[in-house]
Ligand binder design. Structure first.
Ligand SMILES: *[C@@H]1O[C@H](CO)[C@@H](O)[C@H](O)[C@H]1NC(C)=O
Ligand SMILES: *[C@@H]1O[C@H](CO)[C@@H](O)[C@H](O)[C@H]1NC(C)=O
Length: 237
């Protein structure tokens, strides 16, 4: 018995010598190539950035100063400043009525998407009720500029919380996660830069497994897709 099974294996190998090896070598080559292209794109992604965290923080602070106690006034200050400051090749969603619910990481609020592209997004996110959850583990750097209220955060091992009041910015570097709470009413200007499409599974998981709020999902995809397309093709077609 052992000799016949051995013979069978030898026959099989001699029938198609080397084919599995070629298959595996080409699969490995494709994987290495994909990895190299992704690594290269990651080193040049900054070329597509149109916004920067420092001037957005200044803008958030100026918006708070110009419209104390008036969240809508802060938002309109931000949007009119952006449309006046940047070249017309950059698309802004100036329809400040276009709010959608956002459920992610167990937290719930609403967002108004001001700008979206493959490498950046700028939104107003918040809730007058307060919310709490997991930030998500992202492929983008996140800058949370608090406009109204306070955000609290903590990482495992910390015994005291971090506190971000209005006017401050909470930078969550890519690849890191925290527990966060928007304490009572809180609204923020959130800027993310990095690989935005890879953040979407986190953004949709709570809707698909819990809220099943399909109209919200539809509107989120519609507005994000529309704004991304406008930034890809504006002035180019
Ligand atoms: C936009 O806001 C920045 C930061 O507050 C300010 O320096 C700049 O002058 C503003 N631009 C316009 C066109 O209002
Ligand atoms: C903001 O609102 C609070 C509470 O309603 C009030 O006490 C405060 O005076 C207001 N501040 C300004 C600058 O309007």
């Amino acid at each position: 018995m052992p000799s016949s099974s051995k013979g069978g294996r030898n026959n099989k190998e001699s029938a198609a010598p080397g084919v599995p090896l070629i298959k595996w070598v080409s699969r490995l080559a494709i994987a290495v190539l994909v990895f190299a292209i992704c690594g290269f794109l990651d080193t040049i992604k900054h070329r597509w950035y149109v916004l920067d965290p420092t001037s957005l923080h200044e803008l958030a602070q100026a918006a708070i100063a110009s419209s104390p106690n008036d969240t809508a006034g802060m938002i309109s200050h931000i949007v009119s400043n952006l449309t006046a400051t940047y070249p017309s090749s950059i698309a802004w969603n100036t329809n400040a009525d276009e709010w959608v619910f956002n459920n992610a990481g167990g937290a719930m609020g609403a967002m108004y998407i001001i700008h979206a592209s493959i490498t950046e997004y700028l939104i107003i996110f918040g809730t007058p009720l307060g919310t709490e959850g997991h930030t998500g583990l992202h492929t983008a750097d996140d800058y949370f500029n608090i406009l109204v209220g306070e955000q609290w955060a903590f990482s495992p091992g910390q015994l005291e919380m971090e506190r971000y009041p209005a006017g401050s910015v909470h930078h969550l570097p890519r690849g890191t996660a925290k527990q966060y709470k928007m304490h009572e009413g809180c609204f923020a200007l959130e800027y993310a830069r990095g690989w935005i499409p890879l953040m979407l599974p986190f953004g949709f998981a709570d809707t698909l497994t819990s809220t099943l709020d399909i109209p919200t999902l539809y509107n989120t995809v519609r507005v994000t897709g529309r704004e991304t397309m406008r930034n890809l093709f504006i002035g180019k077609i």
